[in-house]
Design a protein around this ligand. Sequence first.
Ligand code: FES
Length: 159
Amino acid sequence: MAEPEEASSQRLTRRGFFAVTGLTACAMATAGAGVVFLDFLRPRVLFEPPTAFSVGRPEEIEIGSVVTNVEHRVYVMRLAEGFRALSAVCTHLGCITRHQPELGLIACPCHGSKFTLAGDVVAGPAPRPLRWLQMSLSEKGELIVDTAVEVPAGTTYRF
Ligand code: FES
């Protein structure tokens, strides 16, 4: 028995609808998997700022002075025997210390640790001295401090 023409066209439309829906679902799933795959291929790299930086020219730092580089959290000192660089990060819980020229000390505002200008612990809960950092002279004649390279305490540099 032949179906009426209108019912036949509805069945085709329904079939077409399911076909389009199915193809759309497959396309979306494939696109989603493609996005995840491309994200998987992207390198997971952390771009951190360089650890070595300039603190200026040697002649800009007077003998006997302590220069605090707040951005990089270091002290650069010029003594009669040469330059030294110390980390300003407290060895207790990582607070940023402050140079107190009136006391001739470096003090931590968090829990009261105190350090000499050589980084040795004088008071407080800090378990270790401040870190001494590597210094070098760039081709432009600028002092370079590298916070990633620790040097033995007492290391001074003559430039
Ligand atoms: S963080 Fe400096 S004394 Fe605690």
